[in-house]
Design a protein around this ligand. Sequence first.
Ligand code: C5P
Length: 227
Amino acid sequence: ALRGVVALDGPSGTGKTTVARKLAQRLSAGYLDTGAMYRVVTLAVLRAGTDPADAGAVTEVARGAEFTIGTDPGRPSVALGGEDVSAEIRGADITHAVSPVSAVPQVRELLVARQRRIIDEVLAEVGGIVVEGRDIGTVVAPDAPLKVYLTASPEIRAARRSAQDTAAGRESSHADARASVDRRDRLDSSRAASPLRAAEDAVHLDTSELEIDQVLVALCELAGHRG
Ligand code: C5P
């Protein structure tokens, strides 16, 4: 079983979520999807009728939002005020509003503190955790013994995002997915507060030409787990 933290960062459409969950299962570790935390706060913001661009108001909603997130890789779950919102936080309106929300420094401060608490709890309980996001290796868990930065060409990431949306019953065209991926890349990489970037000591893995299972094999090897 895995000891410690595996930090998995990178933009959307790299297969990050799928491999993070599978890796955690394979390693009998916990799993934390930090993107889901930014998404559930964004849902609370939209439900409150708050403008995602109003940093002060967004911070207030974030402070008051009562959400929970599961750390079992076999059963990821996110709830807001006791209601399961796992599917709803993947919707296009949330995906559109999440970047401005996650760019608010006070929101990041709040969520990073919570992420560190969850990581500590899971480490105490099961010894290992796979954490995925944008700033895990740089900010949330800079001491993680294994940091991986997943990439893939924007074209391929858009195709994956579009296929995912279609599979989940959401309307999606390749052009829309490409525009959405490009926009989020730009916003997430250019924000002042912990922008998306690879940690200096991260292993880079380009998944453009790889199937999920091949990515998983590569990650298992990096984690020192064979078989
Ligand atoms: O990974 P996912 O696509 O669910 O992330 C949604 C958004 O949450 C990202 O586009 C980014 O704006 C934000 N995010 C972040 N830091 C993280 C994880 C996600 O800013 N660690």
